[in-house]
Design a protein around this ligand. Structure first.
Ligand code: ADP
Ligand code: MG
Ligand code: MG
Length: 957
């Protein structure tokens, strides 16, 4: 990981504004925070009723009564514990838990979320008892550390850290070194014997506090620092001496006084309450509010505040700060993975300013870095870390993401949480944890977010293709993508809306780039490590990302990126390979993903738990093969009109539609018959005896009509008629409302010979396929858009008689069922009647949603978004099934159908079949199967397993 990072270092060293604390410095940390939510929980968007820990803010009540507003931790014990996450927030609860486990956690205390609730319920004031409790806790921390808050000789310094139940960007950033002022900084210098360290700490505190509490932004300080460095001829922060920092601190304070009209607060207690107030206030800032809305986090949750004694990673060469994952968050490999920086504090390590070093020798060798690993540079602290991470992972039974600091050789643990990971890593970790006996197979299955599997179902670059590698950076997020270069997130969003595929290229990304990252196929940054904002966010989104590609020079102004002598501009196509960290010129051939390794293993476990069958919507042999590969258990919907639309056939189809009499229609149909039959033979052969539901023709008629003059003339020639007459006929057939017009079974009612031809093609193909494979086709013929039993019976009669003829002609017996697609409210209500003759039901939830809501899906774009935004609809009902309305109709249909015909086979097809929340609904109401698009089969398999496991297996927070 340090190879490209060392290039990065050079870039950074040259870059003018290389101050340690910069405007963007907080972004990567904020991003790690944003993505802490355990991937085991379904993405809120994918699930209508997300399994995200979502419970009303009830713990606040009893605690309010108890009047306990402060929970201390440190010295091997704590008043809190991991189970009190709702009250103490994730960070506070886990700090308490670590303290209880006897890990070295700097002592401190948590002000719980109940105070935040109180704060907003009482006009932004605190519970009266809070102040005294905070004072008492400060004394306690002072005793444990042998220091005193505000003491001019031996001052206790603290950090103030926010943290709610779910981690959330938009909340106040951490303030370190609080308690420093003009007096205590001298005491710190005295005690440490290091003036440079003391003033470095002080200026960090001033910048952080000013930024997050006083609203005086970082860049002001950066400008002052840059001006100062220029005047001294310095390039690096490390060039500054202790006296330089003293000088700068003076300039910083002057700037604050000038710009805010108030002196920088010197009273440590005023500083502390300022910071606490800022944390609670940040709960309601615009960014936090938006984030909560997007992620379904109730406002009532509130945030907690953690106040904790400082430990210093910036006390020279025996001190350091770092982040580590107990397993590799990108691949899932069971090896400690992380980065650290010697003589650094807080966020330095993820800020992408200095190049972080590898923690283990193994990683260092792999990355080829020439900088010592922690294992070598700090063997004692490393040994401790190894002990702790093993313990933490066992304790939490999940991969952990930890923060630590080494202060003059002593290791301190500052945070632990369930680590964010790629889908690939999530699978490997879940399978390995189960194999290690730490979790059960059921738990492993329920920990994977079904929607995240999408990440693994993306193509990768054909290994046989010639690669024109233009640059190599860090393999920050796996997968590959090609697209046009864009340099801004707005541009990325705009082009994507126009249907273009883009690669977002940035020097580095920040939370303001989220929309562009969403829009892009992949992300390329020239700065930042494996834990940078771009890397973390891309992994979360399942998009390929190459970060820290230091050899690329980006010129936003010109819209170019150059590597040596090669220059690429906006609109040029590149490919990124996020698994290898490569940037390639041009578009690359991609290959389809396969299910193997842990993916296959976990899917196997999922299959053993699920009850629901998983079929696939497949119209072509290619779809069918993909379906089989991904574990589809049959075809739930084969749309025959797709076979009609093929370019070579459409003319014949038009002939058929525009025929004015049965005779010419039959002539056209006769031409179509062999083509249809050949399609079915291939499909049936691939499916080797698995069930295949073939739906009779269901296009809105207008989709087949010739539109241009040239098309009309072409058809007229083929039909030997006058083009004008044909144009008239086409006009006659035009409809005001095709979706509710002459379509579905209505076509077969008006022109039974169409259904007859299709039935013949199907049955003849079944005979042929059985001959070839030796297996009887699991044939199900489906009639679309039925509203009445009479419609169905008429068409079923034609189908049955055709089957009889084919059996007679071929001398073979054919087993088959004739059923219907239930996609009209009337059909749901009349299901009892319809089931008298229909042998199976498949709910066409797309049309059923359209007809239940009276919303045309194709026209919904202009208003549905507003409905969702205004909260009228919780989620687009075309994405996740509307349980209340459409769902009720489905339930009625199932109940009435099965009452008439016990054991009636019932499934759904349509987009909903691949939506985890809809799959869960189908499981709950006792359907037999869902049918979805081929690439969603693994998602549906896993969602079905989780639905079957229900809430019995709660995922670890
Ligand atoms: P975030 O939620 O953004 O990760 P944190 O509160 O965890 O914010 O802290 C930001 C950085 O400051 C982290 O690197 C953390 O380890 C460090 N930090 C926080 N508190 C202390 C402390 N008391 N002593 C030393 N470093 C600290
Ligand atoms: Mg943190
Ligand atoms: Mg339909």
């Amino acid at each position: 990981m340090a190879k490209a990072a060392s290039k990065l270092k050079k870039t950074v060293a040259k870059s003018k504004s290389s101050s340690l604390v910069r405007a963007k410095a907080a972004a990567p940390v904020a991003a790690r925070k944003a993505l802490t939510k355990s991937p085991a929980k379904p993405a809120p968007k994918a699930a209508k009723k997300p399994a995200v820990v979502k419970s009303p803010a009830k713990p606040a009540a009893d605690v309010t009564k108890s009047g306990k507003w402060v929970f201390t931790f440190g010295d091997g014990k704590a008043e809190g514990k991991a189970g009190l996450r709702d009250l103490l927030g994730g960070k506070g609860a886990n700090l308490a838990e670590m303290a209880n486990l006897g890990l070295p956690v700097p002592p401190g205390f948590t002000i719980p979320t109940s105070v935040c609730t109180y704060f907003y319920a009482h006009d932004k004031s605190y519970p009266p008892a809070l102040k005294a409790q905070v004072e008492k806790a400060l004394d306690h921390v002072g005793k444990l550390t042998g220091k005193a808050f505000g003491d001019a000789k031996n001052p206790l310094l603290v950090s103030v850290r926010s943290g709610g139940r779910a981690s959330m960007p938009g909340m106040m950033d951490t303030v370190l070194n609080l308690g420093l002022n003009d007096k205590t900084v001298e005491a710190l210098a005295e005690l440490s014997g290091d003036r440079r360290f003391a003033y470095d700490s002080y200026r960090r505190f001033i910048t952080m506090y000013s930024d997050v509490v006083l609203g005086f932004e970082h860049h002001h300080f950066e400008d002052i620092l840059d001006t100062f460095k220029d005047s001294q001829g310095y390039t690096l922060d490390t060039d500054l001496t202790g006296d330089d920092w003293v000088d700068l601190v003076g300039r910083y304070k002057d700037a604050v006084a000038r710009e805010t009209g108030k002196d920088f607060p010197q009273d440590p207690h005023a500083q502390l309450w300022g910071a606490i107030g800022a944390v609670f206030s940040s709960w309601m800032n615009a960014r936090a509010v938006t984030y909560r809305r997007l992620h379904d986090i109730p406002e009532s949750w509130g945030t907690a505040v953690n106040v904790q004694a400082m430990v210093f990673g910036n006390m020279g060469e025996t001190s350091a700060t770092g982040v580590a994952f107990t397993r590799n968050p990108s691949t899932g490999e069971s090896k400690l993975y992380g980065e650290f920086l010697i003589n650094a504090q807080g966020e330095d390590v993820v800020a992408g300013i200095r190049t972080p070093q590898d923690i283990t020798e193994f990683a260092r060798k792999e990355s080829g870095s020439d900088k010592a690993s922690m294992e070598v540079a700090m063997p004692e602290a490393f040994k401790e870390l190894t002990k702790f991470y093993t313990l933490l992972e066992k304790h939490y039974r999940d991969m952990q993401d930890m923060e630590f600091t080494v202060e003059q050789g002593k290791l301190w643990m500052l945070q632990t949480r369930g680590g964010k990971r790629t889908a690939k890593a999530a699978l490997r970790i879940a399978v390995e944890l189960a194999n290690e006996g730490l979790i059960s197979k059921k738990e492993a299955v329920s920990r994977i977010d079904p929607a995240s599997l999408d990440q693994l179902l993306h193509p990768t670059i054909d290994p046989g293709a010639r690669r024109d590698i233009i640059a190599t950076g860090l393999p920050a997020s796996p997968g590959a993508a090609s697209g046009e270069i864009v340099f801004s997130s707005d541009e990325a969003a705009k082009l994507q809306a126009d249907g273009r595929k883009v690669i977002l290229v940035r020097i580095e990304t920040s939370p303001e780039d989220i929309h562009g990252m969403h829009a892009a196929e992949g992300i390329l940054t020239t700065r930042g490590g494996m834990t940078s904002h771009a890397a973390v966010v891309a992994r979360g989104m399942g998009k390929p990302c190459v970060s820290g590609c230091g050899s690329i020079r980006v010129d936003y102004g010109r819209g170019t990126m150059s590597i040596g002598t090669r220059t690429f501009k906006t609109g040029d196509v590149i490919t990124i390979d996020g698994s290898l960290g490569q940037v390639l010129a041009g578009r690359m051939p991609m290959i389809e993903p396969a299910m193997s390794g842990e993916f296959g293993t976990l899917m196997g476990w999922a299959d053993s738990f699920r009850r629901l069958g998983i079929r696939v919507n497949a119209d072509t042999p290619e779809d069918a093969r993909t379906a089989i590969k991904f574990g589809g258990e049959g075809i739930g919907l084969c749309r025959t009109e797709h076979m009609f639309f093929e370019e070579t056939r459409i003319r014949t189809v038009r002939e058929m539609i525009l025929s004015e009499d049965e005779q010419s229609r039959r002539a056209a149909l006769a031409k179509l018959l062999p083509m249809q039959r050949a399609d079915f033979v291939e499909l049936f052969e691939i499916m080797k005896g698995l069930p295949v539901t073939v739906r009779l023709l269901d296009p809105p008629l207008h989709e087949f009509l010739p539109h241009t003059q040239a098309e009309i003339e072409e058809v007229a020639r083929a039909m030997n008629t006058d083009p004008r007459r044909l144009a008239d006929r086409a006009r006659d057939l035009a409809e005001f409302n095709p979706m509710l017009g002459f379509r579905g079974c209505r076509l077969a009612i008006a022109y039974p010979e169409i259904a007859e031809m299709q039935a013949r093609a199907i049955f003849e193909a079944a005979v042929e396929a059985e001959k070839r494979t030796g297996k009887a086709v699991g044939l199900e013929v489906m009639v679309p858009l039925i509203a009445t039993k009479a419609e169905f019976d008429l068409i079923k009669g034609r189908i049955d008689s055709t089957a009889q003829s084919v059996m007679k002609e071929t001398g073979r017996k054919l087993a088959y069922q004739v059923g219907t697609m239930i996609e009209l409210p009337r059909a749901c209500l009349m299901a009892g009647e319809i089931a008298k003759t229909a042998e199976f039901f498949s709910f066409g939830t797309n049309d059923l949603t359209q007809t239940t809501y009276g919303i045309s899906r194709d026209d919904a774009a202009s208003f549905l978004g507003t409905y969702v935004a205004k909260g009228i609809l919780e989620i687009d009902p075309f994405i996740s099934v509307d349980r209340d309305g459409v769902g009720e109709l489905v339930k009625i249909g199932v109940a009435r159908g099965r009452k008439t015909r016990p054991g009636l086979k019932v499934g759904i097809c349509g987009e909903h079949g691949g939506d985890p929340a809809s799959v869960a609904f189908c499981h709950e109401i006792g359907l037999d199967y869902v049918s979805c698009s081929p690439y969603r089969v693994p998602i549906a398999r896993l969602a079905a397993a989780q639905a079957a496991l229900g809430k019995a297996v709660a995922s670890q927070a």
